[in-house]
Design a protein around this ligand. Structure first.
Ligand SMILES: [Zn+2]
Length: 472
């Protein structure tokens, strides 16, 4: 039976498969995968980096201008893509935050009007849809074209390579395969660009912690992709099973975010920080010098702005990251003020040989900022300073409260079981906070387990560290 006679199949649909739509030679020229990357674009001189960046930026701006969300905002601000003559001109483009995306979704459900791809044309331009975690409000969808998936996977493969994963390795992927991008992005990077063998265990709810440990052990996995906290739980389980995480496993890479020192000493491998987020995937990764994260500048322009005013901040000063991707073909992110805190290094040659610009590690959320007696305070900074005491567990929770007529902050800490001079812990932490932040913050000391309900450490992939109780 000829295809046009099959009921329900339209003869004139121009079906194009994902593998037919991408010019892979062009893709690898634009965004070299590892290991080639580290001998090419990674070592490019600064003028070449910026020339290519500007070229990509202009192309991307022209495309973004065809997407209603951007066109509306740019027209209102009197900006046209033709005005982009230098990288500096990017500062003329209006930025937006997650609130603008939320509004766009409310006005145009369910996708918003910020997508640069469509579900209706999926047969000829295949798309994948993923949604942001709902940690800060309703899930936000992003449509990815096949080019976006592949280029994004290359960036992630670079990060994994720098972190110690090698082609052909067996890697356990313990992220949740869900509507969220994470597990798939790792999976695609590992399988498609590093030819790794992925053990798709999913989280502890899908594959038990004991089974995860067994698999990592039996197959000699070189990395287990999950949170830093879960990685430490896996180590506890391994010991319970009579295995030594350092000597009985083949873990060589720790792409896990968490207590770096504890992870390194537990598993006997090195941690390299990285940074990325749902809508654009992997942005930057630390090099072996451990002095900042190199930004993949063939794919991104990263700026730092004042979290309150959106004004440009000088290099070295901490503020909110404003990210522009220049690698996609589908849904653009063009001056997205993601409200993650970090800072930029000036462009200079790193000891590793790369001129790629570096940013500091993720330092917390700008929208968690609390103004205390005129001082801007971030809960993550409070936690970091408060924890500088060997008698404390690496666990904290910060609450913003309203007491009397003023805003206040309380930080909850956990004393280790073997601590000495318990009564001096809280006053010393309060003094440290006052000295560094310039405001007094109350410290409440508890016992191991006391914070679990607040941090949701056993139920949430990422421990919660902050709650604003001023409005409730
Ligand atoms: Zn470097």
């Amino acid at each position: 039976m000829p295809p046009d006679a099959v009921p329900g199949v339209l003869p004139d649909v121009a079906l194009r498969r994902p593998f037919e739509i991408v010019d892979y030679d062009a893709l690898m020229r634009a965004h070299p995968p590892p290991p080639e990357y580290f001998e090419s674009a990674y070592l490019a001189p600064p003028d070449e980096i910026e020339r290519r960046q500007l070229e990509a930026l202009r192309k991307r701006a022209a495309r973004a201008y065809t997407v209603p969300f951007f066109r509306r905002r740019w027209d209102a601000a009197g900006f046209h893509p033709d005005q982009l003559r230098s990288l500096d001109d990017l500062w003329r483009v209006p930025a937006y935050t997650v609130d603008d995306l939320r509004r766009s979704i409310e006005d145009h459900p369910p996708l918003g009007d910020y997508q640069g791809a469509s579900i209706g044309e999926a047969a000829s331009e295949p798309v994948r849809i993923f949604m942001s975690g709902a940690t800060t409000g309703a899930p936000r969808p992003t449509l990815y074209t096949q080019w976006d998936r592949e280029a994004g996977a290359i960036l992630m493969a670079r990060a994994l390579y720098l972190q110690g994963v090698r082609p052909g390795d067996v890697v356990v992927n313990a992220w949740a395969y869900s509507t969220h991008n994470g597990a798939f992005a790792f999976d695609e990077a590992l399988y498609r660009w590093l030819s790794c063998v992925v053990l798709t265990t999913g989280t502890g709810n899908v594959t038990s912690t004991r089974r995860q440990v067994e698999l990592a052990h039996q197959y000699g996995a070189t990395a287990i992709l999950t949170t830093g906290d879960y990685m430490l739980r896996l180590a506890d389980m391994a010991r319970e099973m009579g295995l030594d995480p350092r000597t009985d496993f083949n873990i060589r890479a720790l792409p896990n975010i968490g207590d770096r020192e504890k992870l390194e000493s537990t598993w006997g491998a090195q941690c390299f920080e990285s940074y990325g987020f749902h809508e654009v995937q992997w942005v930057a990764v630390e090099c072996p010098e451990h002095e900042g994260l190199h930004i993949f500048e063939d794919a991104f322009v990263v700026q730092v702005v004042d979290p309150e005013t959106g004004e440009r901040l000088p290099d070295g000063e901490q503020g909110a990251l404003c990210v522009t991707e220049v690698y996609k073909t589908g849904s653009p992110q063009f001056r997205y003020n993601i409200m993650d805190l970090s800072f930029l290094y000036p462009r200079e040659k790193c000891r590793c040989g790369s001129w790629l610009r570096r940013m500091g590690p993720f330092a917390g959320r700008a929208d968690n900022m609390v103004k205390l007696r005129g001082v801007n305070v971030w809960p993550e900074a409070v936690g970091e300073i408060a924890l500088e005491d060997a008698r404390l567990e690496p666990d904290y929770f910060v609450r913003a409260v309203r007491e009397g007529n003023r805003d206040d902050m309380v930080v909850h800490l956990v004393a280790r079981r073997d601590r000495t001079d318990r009564e001096t812990i809280a006053p010393r932490a309060e003094d440290r906070l006052k000295e560094r932040l310039g405001v007094r913050i109350r410290v409440v000391l508890g016992e191991p387990g006391d914070l679990d309900a607040m941090t949701e450490i056993h139920t949430s992939p990422k421990p919660k560290r902050f709650r604003d109780e001023r409005t409730s």
